[in-house]
Design a protein. Structure first.
Length: 559
């Protein structure tokens, strides 16, 4: 275990102390926590006693009100949806910033905050609108001395307006998917949807945020935390940015959230459903080591990411408050340590390129294609002895009331196995580059959407390397999701010539980990695992004979 991890483990294992700090349990929040604002600057929940959430038009009107009341706001469209609605993002900066080039020139750290990728988890959207108001017009304006903050409060605009009945408050909620019934937070590898393509091309590739934050809602849980956070846990991602978030940012933010907001927050995890629980880990909460989730995939870029989820059984106001609290402290940490965070990411970029240049040609460079969670050791966690049973609001037919036993302080359960350490379980050789046939232009385009540099050969080249022979294509499940799994192996190819027009991915680039994970035939949910190559395999005769995976791994250019 690394020294920094040992330090953070001591912090995590420390008994929770309330002392003079008031801790808000159950549904409680501080009175007047969101301040007093004129009617034009109130969010929909604030106007309706936290009974309604904003429709897309409401979000646009609120952003417009911010524009008319502050000179620190720039608005741009992330994408136009399949139903022809725009998805707005706002750039908060002082002085105002309107382009990625201006942001880079300022030297400030760029942070991206996102809500409503799943519109029935709408508290992220509402908390981001409140947070934006506080940043440009309230007490959080000093953050802009050090940060350029991009906020996309309503990422799934079509799903937001596909209204259904909710539990308790808000009374009406959006859909979990987009208008094509696709889960946008499972599209981080395939990048099939207009929404995720827009996110990558418009924000990630252009603005290159050092840190991203994705706000969510979990189901009815048994733990006693107001919010749960997790970082990228894909073992193929550079470890330094991931370790920084877990070892440094999370402990500091946890303490600050307790101190400044009176809330207990901790790792986004679940238990083994025993009492007392024996396991606490993100794998028990459906957060796998795979890249299909936006926050996980972003770690492959040598950048930092956070996903956070509030408990689903708490009141709407409480959930909004919990997200505002956590995001505020994340931003305060980034404002204080942004230059350090940028340097960690810059060094990770350089290390990836250097490793490819010095080790790939000899075949000694390896990276992980799959992973699992292991234990950090024992940890103490806040839990309620009984699960949150379904209860109706008295006199109604609405399920949504918090169980009475969860309104008070939870128990501190000691010595639970903390299964949150992401480790690799299978590896593959990382090549000097990949060669992709010209007819597979859609693969090249997906890589470019992922910000991988892909060039087109202007003349033939001879290379030595290896190709994967597929004996069998299986369909299974991994961590609860459908997967394509290949049986076969690599065969060395001493010399092979590729014609002009072939796509080439030179791995001596910062996006090398992204390219590796997407193109390796045995990566857990790369392009093969997530089904991108299914039609290609069928056209090559898969199922009737062995075939050769059409992407070639080269280690050396011979001419």
């Amino acid at each position: 275990m690394k020294k920094t991890s040992a330090l953070v483990l001591l912090l995590l294992m420390a008994t929770v102390t309330i002392s003079a700090q008031k801790i808000y349990w159950g549904d409680s929040v501080p009175k007047g926590w969101n301040g007093k604002w004129p009617a034009r600057l109130l969010t929909v929940p604030e106007k309706t006693n936290f009974e309604r959430t904003a429709m897309t038009m409401d979000v646009l009107e609120f952003i417009d009100a911010l524009r008319w009341n502050s000179d620190k706001v720039h608005v741009f469209s992330v994408y136009t949806s399949p139903l022809r609605k725009i998805c707005p993002a706002i750039v908060l900066a002082n002085p105002r910033v309107t382009t990625p080039e201006e942001a880079a020139k300022s030297g400030k750290t760029v942070v991206y905050l996102q809500g409503n990728i799943h519109p029935y988890e709408m508290e992220g959207k509402e908390s981001l609108l409140i947070l934006a108001r506080e940043i440009v017009l309230g007490k959080l304006t000093p953050l802009l001395d050090h940060l350029v903050i991009i906020i996309c409060p309503n990422f799934n605009v079509d799903g937001n307006d596909m209204v259904n009945f909710g539990e308790g408050t808000p009374h009406l909620v959006g859909s979990g998917n987009n208008s094509q019934n696709l889960n946008l937070n499972r599209d981080a590898v395939r990048v099939d949807t207009v929404e995720v393509q827009g996110l990558y091309r418009t924000i990630f590739n252009r603005w290159d945020p050092t840190l991203i934050f994705d706000a969510h809602l979990m189901g009815r849980v048994q733990h006693g935390y107001a919010n749960g956070y997790i970082h990228s846990t894909v073992p193929a991602a550079s470890p330094e940015p991931r370790d920084y978030v877990f070892d440094k940012l999370f402990p500091a933010v946890r303490e600050a959230t307790r101190r400044n907001f009176g809330l207990e927050v901790f790792t986004h995890s679940g238990t083994d459903n025993k009492w007392p629980p024996t396991i606490w880990g993100p794998g028990e909460a459906i957060w796998s080591n795979e890249a299909k989730f936006v926050a996980n995939a972003y770690g492959l870029r040598n950048r930092m990411s956070i996903l956070a989820e509030t408990p689903g059984h708490e009141s709407f106001e409480r959930r909004i408050y919990a997200h505002v609290a956590l995001m505020t402290e994340v931003l305060r940490y980034a404002a204080a340590h942004g230059q350090e965070m940028k340097e960690v990411c810059r060094l990770a970029d350089a290390a990836v390129v250097e490793a490819v240049k010095t080790k790939a040609e000899s075949g000694e460079l390896k990276n992980f294609v799959a992973g699992k969670y292991e234990s950090y050791g024992k940890v103490d966690i806040l839990m309620y002895r009984e699960r949150n049973a379904s209860e109706l609001v008295p006199g109604t037919s609405v399920r949504g009331k918090m169980a009475s036993h969860m309104l008070g302080e939870p128990e501190l359960v000691k010595d639970v196995e903390f299964m949150a350490k992401a480790v690799g379980t299978a590896s593959a050789t990382m090549p000097r580059g990949y060669l992709i046939p010209a007819e597979l232009d859609f693969i090249a385009e997906k890589l470019r959407t992922h910000n991988v540099k892909v060039e087109v050969l202007t003349k033939p080249i001879k290379v030595s390397g290896e190709e994967f022979v597929i004996d069998k294509i299986g369909q299974g499940r991994g961590d609860g999701y459908a997967m394509i799994k290949l049986d076969g192996g690599f065969a060395k190819s001493p010399v092979k010539e590729f014609p002009a027009g072939t796509f080439r991915v030179d791995m001596a680039q910062p996006m090398a980990n992204v390219a590796f994970y997407m193109l390796e035939p045995q990566a857990a949910d790369g392009f093969v695992g997530s089904g991108v190559f299914d039609a290609v395999f069928k056209s090559l005769g898969a199922g009737t004979r062995s075939i050769v995976y059409p992407v070639y791994k080269y280690f050396k250019v011979l001419d």
